[in-house]
Ligand binder design. Structure first.
Ligand code: MN
Length: 134
């Protein structure tokens, strides 16, 4: 799976271990002009980021090998990846979780189940910001 040569579509990395959630995100993002890269674990996400730095990361906070907040901190501490916007995706959200996610470096925050109407407009805002001013 290599990207089309000369493609300027933004690349979104979706880090999500739940197949049903991944399928939903994939279906929703099909409405946008973007390339989708999928990872089902933190290790796979790091490998993908290294291979092809995405323009945006959608980060499930509950992953099998590392929690999404630790992974977010790791990416935000690294020179080469700190500019990549990260939107947290979380189930079982509780009061204070958004503050915790933002403190870890998450730029955006969405709770599951995802709101299928507002999802794409929300994601697009971060893509526009990612490419803004160039
Ligand atoms: Mn999960």
């Amino acid at each position: 799976m290599s990207p089309a040569p000369g493609s300027t579509d933004p690349c979104i990395l979706v880090v999500e271990d739940n197949p049903a959630n991944m399928m939903l995100v994939r279906a929703l993002l099909a409405r946008l002009s973007c390339r989708l890269v999928e990872a089902t674990s933190g290790a796979q996400a790091l490998a993908e980021v290294e291979t092809q730095p995405p323009d945006l990361i959608l980060m499930d906070l509950q992953l099998p090998d590392i929690d999404g907040l630790s992974l977010t901190r790791q990416l935000k501490e690294a020179e080469g990846t700190r500019h990549i916007p990260i939107i947290a995706l979380t189930a079982h959200a509780m009061a204070g979780d958004e503050e915790t996610a933002r403190a870890a470096g998450c730029d955006g925050y969405l709770t599951k189940p995802l709101d299928t109407r507002s999802f794409c407009p929300y994601v697009e805002r971060y893509l526009i910001n990612a490419g803004g001013g160039e």
